[in-house]
Design a protein around this ligand. Structure first.
Ligand code: AMP
Length: 505
């Protein structure tokens, strides 16, 4: 790996990098920085968590260095680089990165996104800004108000293009591209490259170089995956138990629906676990407060839907929990990309109910290894389904060889061709009602107090009658690791083996 100092970056940037504590470039940075400096268009197959932001921000800052000016005149600060992101959270983070890496260079950056008043953004834009980070809709609002023009744009970055597509932003993106000068350098980043993304890339990239990131070697190998079989109606109870019993802090939990996320956060609070929900129904400031509280450790569990969680960047997030398994297997890869970042260790925990077994198998087929199962005493699902749940096929190695491989996650090339049937932005997370019906609002850990209950506004959802669950929370504090279960007494093994479907070739 070349050192940052060998990549052709100026001393001001090297100083900022050093102040960030980065010792060497990540693989995407080592590949992308020289190519962008050469002036090439780029197609980057890279997810959040690979260091891709610095991969495009650093060379853009370097190439804009000759425009740096301390002049107060807005005319001296036209937009030179436009970076589009699908979500406001990601936009804010990218702009923070621009400020961080560019702190010793007098280039101006700002961010515009929807859901907040336009005025402060308008004022910042009027003062002049070289690097503009934006979500598409709000950017077009400013264009319509004649606040923004792009005659001097030299760089255009489309970040997380696959999410743009998912969220229905492509018409806006195309409109924006048509407003830009023909002569410019283009960079497109996407975690997946479906046919549609490739067509989009063809439509505006000039002779691009494809840069793929070996996330599999660099980051995600630090992630341990665990699948815990559990009845759907006991998931919440189990989650509260795990958070308390295992002393989990900073847990990002994914739910399928806004309703489910709200309800789960509410019930966790009732269980004495400080939790908050983040999703599209919340205002921008509510989302920011939730994120800040989570980052600072004030809130232990952040419950999110896929759309809201996109772009959340928290240094060294130790644990991601899939409370509901995602409908599209590639979303699993996106979700777990929140942990195990930049070499830190991470754990991806999936709470799997019997009806989600197929989803789990689809995920395993995509990541190409079998996720170890862990049964939590007192929370095992019905004995009639448990054997088939812990005996899912190992798509990568066939039965008996799974132990050779670590449980580390790998976003294999397969994911780049993902495509598949995806939920639309509107569909995703809006299908109501699945889930915690019947969950018991009792404390799951009698040994711990529920005293630290934050006040959570009551919601009519919760006045619906509930059915007590059949079992009570197990008081056992030990768990049975997957291998113990799988290597258990002969009788059990025979039953389990009987439950194995044939391994796929
Ligand atoms: P990104 O994929 O751009 O969202 O970056 C993921 C995380 O990696 C961010 O928190 C960055 O601060 C961090 N990061 C970026 N580049 C490096 C590097 N060269 N060394 C260590 N951490 C980095």
């Amino acid at each position: 790996m070349p050192a940052f100092s060998e990549l052709g970056l100026c001393p001001e940037l090297l100083k900022a990098i050093e102040e960030q504590g980065y010792t060497e470039p990540t693989p995407i940075q080592a590949q992308a920085i020289p190519l962008v400096l050469e002036g090439r268009d780029l197609m980057g197959a890279a997810q959040t968590g690979t260091g891709k932001t610095a991969g495009f921000v650093l060379p853009i800052l370097q190439k804009l260095l000759h425009h740096a000016s301390t002049s107060a005149s807005p005319a001296r600060h036209p937009v030179r680089a436009l970076i589009l992101t699908p979500t406001r959270e990601l936009a804010v983070q990218v702009e923070e990165s621009v400020r961080l890496y560019g702190k010793h260079i007098p280039l101006r950056a700002t961010v515009v996104y929807g859901g907040v008043p336009m005025d402060p953004q308008t004022q910042a834009l009027r003062r002049g800004v070289e690097i503009l980070v934006a979500t598409p809709g709000r950017l077009l609002d400013h264009v319509q108000q004649k606040i923004l023009h792009f005659p001097q744009v030299e760089f255009f970055v489309l970040d997380e293009a696959d999410r743009m597509l998912d969220m229905g932003f492509m018409p806006d993106v195309k409109r924006i591209i048509n407003l830009l000068p023909k002569k410019r350098q283009n960079l497109l980043f996407s975690a997946t490259f479906s046919e549609e993304i490739k067509r989009l890339a063809d439509s505006f990239l000039q002779n691009p170089v494809m840069v793929e990131v070996a996330r599999r070697n660099s980051v995600a190998e630090a992630i341990t995956h665990i699948a815990i079989p559990v009845a759907r109606e006991r998931k919440r109870e189990l989650l509260a138990y795990l958070v308390q019993d295992r002393d989990w802090n900073q847990v990002l939990v994914f739910c399928a629906t806004r309703l489910g996320a709200n309800r789960l956060a509410y019930q966790l609070n009732k269980d004495g676990v400080h939790a908050t929900a983040i999703h599209g129904d919340k205002t921008q400031s509510e989302r920011e407060v939730a994120l800040e509280d989570f980052k600072s450790g004030k809130v232990r569990v952040l419950v999110a839907t896929d759309v809201a969680a996109r772009g959340i960047d928290i240094e060294a997030l130790p644990r991601v929990v899939n409370f509901d398994l995602p409908g599209a297997a590639e979303d699993y890869v996106h979700r777990i990309g929140r942990t195990g970042r930049a070499g830190a260790k991470g754990e991806a925990v999936a709470l799997v109910s019997p009806d989600e077994q197929e989803r789990l198998e689809a995920i395993e087929a995509m990541i190409k290894f079998k996720i170890p199962r862990e049964l939590i005493p007192g929370y095992e699902p019905d004995s009639r389904v448990v054997s088939s749940m812990i005996g899912a096929p190992d798509h990568s190695h066939g039965r008996g060889r799974g132990g050779e491989r670590s449980s580390s996650g790998r976003s294999e090339r397969g994911s780049l061709d993902g495509g598949g049937s995806r939920e639309s932005f509107r569909d995703r997370g809006e299908r109501g009602g699945r889930g915690e019906r019947g969950a018991r609002p009792a404390s799951t850990s009698p040994s711990r107090s529920s005293a630290s209950r934050p006040s959570t506004p009551s919601d009519p959802i919760f006045s619906a009658p509930y059915q007590p669950s059949s079992g009570t929370a197990g008081s056992a504090s030990t768990v049975v690791p997957a291998k113990v279960v799988q290597n258990g007494p002969k009788r059990q093994v025979a039953a389990l083996l009987g439950g194995f479907p044939k391994a796929k070739p």
